[in-house]
Design a protein. Structure first.
Length: 357
């Protein structure tokens, strides 16, 4: 015989709401240092639970931008190669294009392929970083090979690549900044080793460094604004879906979630149970002890109910006043009766409220 269900720990909707507010306040007033809701202002990272959700959102929203970036890259390369082939033929008869395509083509093709796969958000950021590194290394190799063959490769390609990394590949600003600064250091040094000499080498490295710094500042501001917008969106969603007094689902959100889960139960041929909970004599209690005590009573009842809805497809909500509902997935009639009795006992055994004066 099944033992009566025991309530689990209360849900974290209320604390999640508080954490979202704390994270939003931390980002909004971040200076060189910020409160514990975020890391330092330059990192603008969230706590692990919130950072994971943000990175998923960022990765999913960047998929179309990354495809567009690759398409634009193919277009611009095609135009430049066609111009060179029809005109001066500086590069089409040299091994430069071979070395460039050796690095650039496979990684960018991988990025496009991954962007169409289901669940790509889990690894698309790593692939984008691989593309940025491969593109940069390929352009440095082309510059070195050109220098050794007495051919001036177009150094402006690296400047374009820096902004490609900062704004089109969707890299976090820290990764893009580190890669840009390393490029500004390594590229001039590699050209020096390849035999390039003169003041133009200093100019090349200097302008790369300036582009890296300016791009880093712009990318930082862009990411910070995106994080703020996402936090506000999450906070508004939480506020719109949860009862402000008890922190559990409000009337609208409860019906919407239950409707979707009910359709899933029909597809999977799983039973569901709905427990309706009404606090007896709440009006008399409210009149006798006051509205503050009544609000506290409803919060404690909601927390007790929430302890029975810890599975992903269980939903607890406040339908209005002192009326609550508990939606249980995969629960048959006999088990639902056990749950109902356990809920009744859990609420009955709540500690009495302190006397309100």
């Amino acid at each position: 015989m099944n033992s009566p269900p025991r309530p689990r720990q209360p849900p974290t909707e209320i604390s999640d709401l508080q954490r979202l507010r704390a994270a939003l306040e931390a980002v909004e007033r971040s200076g060189w240092r910020s409160p514990s809701g975020c890391a330092s202002a330059l990192q603008i990272g969230f706590e692990s639970w919130l950072e994971r959700d943000y990175l998923r959102y960022r990765s999913e929203t960047n998929l179309l931008l990354q495809r567009l970036a690759v398409a634009l890259g193919v277009l611009f390369y095609s135009i430049y190669i066609a111009h060179d082939w029809l005109g001066s033929q500086h590069y089409t008869n040299q091994p430069l294009l071979f070395w460039l395509m050796l690095f650039v083509a496979p990684s960018n093709a991988l990025l496009v392929a991954c962007s169409f796969r289901r669940g790509a958000w889990r690894y698309i950021q790593s692939v984008a970083l691989l593309v940025a590194v491969a593109n940069t290394v390929g352009m440095v190799v082309v510059s070195v090979v050109g220098a050794r063959n007495g051919l001036h490769a177009p150094h402006e390609l690296l400047l374009i690549q820096l902004f490609y990394d900062f704004f089109l590949l969707g890299l976090p600003w820290v990764q893009a900044t580190v890669l840009a600064l390393l490029t500004a250091l390594v590229a001039p040094f590699a050209l020096w080793l390849a035999g390039s000499r003169g003041i133009d080498l200093f100019d090349y490295g200097f302008f790369l460094a300036v582009a890296a710094v300016l791009g880093a500042i712009a990318c930082y501001l862009q990411e910070r604004a995106q994080r703020l917008a996402w936090l506000r969106q999450q906070l508004l969603r939480q506020l719109s879906e949860h009862d402000p007094l008890t922190g559990i689902c409000n009337h609208r959100a409860w019906y919407e979630r239950c409707d979707a889960i009910l359709r899933q139960a029909q597809r999977e041929q799983q039973p569901v149970a709905v427990l309706a909970v009404d606090v007896d004599h709440f009006k008399q209690f409210n009149d006798s002890h006051g509205h503050l005590a009544g609000d506290d009573c409803l919060r404690r009842v909601a927390q007790a109910l929430a302890g029975f809805a810890r599975r992903p497809l269980d939903v607890v909500g406040r339908l209005g006043g002192e009326e609550f509902a508990l939606f249980l997935y995969g629960v048959d009639a006999a088990t639902a009766e056990q749950h109902a009795e356990a809920v009744r006992l859990a609420i009955r055994n709540l500690q009495p409220l302190p006397e309100v004066r």
